[in-house]
Unconditional design. Structure first.
Length: 105
């Protein structure tokens, strides 16, 4: 497993700031940069608001962290991976399997 962790992914968490008009502006702040495995396992196309989107699903493997949640995301350069699900594969808190979706327009 360890040898498969050859990607340096940036873990980001959202920070919402009131915009003064009753809404909020979302920015992303870096939590950590981690070594990770990144394995694609699916792809799909869909139309959302009259724009065609291409979505690829991946599984990310990282060493156990207790600060990763479904609201966070990973970044690899300009690529963004939104977290969809998290799992502790052997329930020993050694690794996290994280299912993510990369969307491009």
């Amino acid at each position: 497993m360890i040898g498969a962790m050859r990607h340096r992914l940036v873990l980001e968490t959202p920070v919402d700031t009131p915009d003064g008009a009753g809404g909020a502006a979302r920015a992303w702040t870096t939590v950590a940069t981690v070594w990770a495995g990144l394995r694609p396992f699916g792809a799909s196309e869909r139309v959302d608001a009259d724009a065609e989107e291409h979505a690829a699903t991946h599984r990310v493997l990282v060493r156990w962290r207790d600060d990763v949640t479904a609201k966070d995301r990973f970044r690899l350069g300009a690529r963004i991976f939104e977290i969809r699900a998290l799992a502790d594969p052997d329930e020993r808190r050694r690794f996290l399997h994280i299912d993510v979706e990369e969307v491009s327009r």
